[in-house]
Design a protein around this ligand. Structure first.
Ligand SMILES: NC(=O)c1ccc[n+]([C@@H]2O[C@H](COP(=O)([O-])OP(=O)(O)OC[C@H]3O[C@@H](n4cnc5c(N)ncnc54)[C@H](OP(=O)(O)O)[C@@H]3O)[C@@H](O)[C@H]2O)c1
Length: 289
């Protein structure tokens, strides 16, 4: 059976992981890899093949194109590609941005390609970890129905879960990924700063907070975020919150605004709506404002 030919453009963090995982699909043959500059030996070692071109017009035609360049360059690369002599009739072209839609690829749609955005909901900060966790990750898929229809079975064959996202929902969909993927690191950093001021070693602090964060996450997923809320914002303990604010003003003034914003959000999440609780919430809200 004829293999599906694949070109990958941009061999940054995502491009190199994609090259590695897509090369394992027996029905796919990687025919072209493009990167605008020579790769370092470490970057090269993460690729399934050494053959990388540095000019778009050196790429062969392909059934599937993945543009894995930075968000700000997707339209530029799509435009340059559309100006080459390469044929895009019958081809599927996708980019990997979470926030941008397939419309970045309109210059290639005008040349006959079916276009899509194909965004892995995964962090690519570490190569090996991303390769390992790629199987099982969700992929936000949006674009022309032909492109979505062709990409879906391949993404399933890769062990991922494709999830169709309506074009108009992409920004909020991306926000979901950013809040869950990025803001957890901010909370951990906040906890580490508190630990440092309490003279607890940073590595020890991570060991202390990890089970706390993991059990809260497990509770929130199993039940609901509201039911996982505990501590002073659950008990509506104004005295403790006052003490926290005093300590923040003295030792971590840069974190005060974050604490206040998160505290207000926690008050809104607190499910107790009795008269007594509402009175306490209002008093705490005023302290946080
Ligand atoms: N990182 C993540 O966790 C993650 C997760 C999901 C999706 N994504 C998406 O995946 C895509 C790639 O992200 P990334 O994290 O892999 O970024 P990255 O590591 O910064 O790699 C981007 C690559 O694009 C190349 N590039 C930038 N502008 C270019 C241009 N005008 N022409 C040719 N090549 C160009 C860069 O080349 P140079 O090295 O020469 O600058 C770099 O190799 C983005 O759309 C991003 O939103 C990222």
């Amino acid at each position: 059976m004829k293999k599906i030919t694949l070109n990958i453009l941009g061999l940054g963090k995502v491009g190199r992981v994609f090259a590695q995982v897509w090369s394992r699909l027996p029905e796919v043959e990687i025919t072209g890899l493009y990167h605008r500059r020579p790769l370092s030996s470490d970057e090269q070692a993460q690729l399934p093949t050494a053959k990388v071109v540095q000019h778009l017009n050196q790429l062969p035609p392909a059934d599937l194109w993945i543009i894995a360049v930075s968000d700000t360059s997707i339209l530029e690369v799509a435009t340059k590609l559309s100006q080459t002599t390469i044929s895009f009739q019958q081809a599927v072209v996708c980019h990997c941005s979470g926030i941008l839609t397939a419309e970045e690829l309109l210059p290639l749609q005008a040349k006959g390609a079916a276009i899509a955005s194909c965004h892995p909901i995964l962090t690519f900060a570490a190569f090996e970890q991303a390769v390992t966790h790629f199987t099982g990750c969700y992929i936000g898929l949006e674009g022309d129905s032909l492109a979505v229809q062709r990409l879906k079975p391949l993404l399933i064959a890769l062990g991922t879960h494709p999830l169709e996202i309506p074009r108009q929902a992409k920004v909020l969909y991306h926000l979901m990924a950013v809040v869950s993927g990025n803001f957890v690191a901010i909370l951990l950093d906040f906890a580490a700063k508190c630990a440092e001021k309490s003279l607890i070693d940073c590595k020890m602090a991570m060991r202390i907070v990890a089970p706390l964060m993991e059990s809260t996450l497990a509770n929130a997923i199993l039940h609901s975020p509201a039911e996982a809320l505990s501590g002073p914002f659950s008990r509506l303990d104004k005295d403790s919150i006052h003490k926290h604010l005093d300590a923040l003003q003295q030792s971590l003034p840069a974190q005060e605004a974050l604490y206040k914003a998160l505290g207000k959000a926690a008050l809104q999440l607190n499910p107790d709506i009795s008269l007594e609780a509402n009175g306490k919430k209002e008093a705490i809200y005023n302290v946080l404002s």
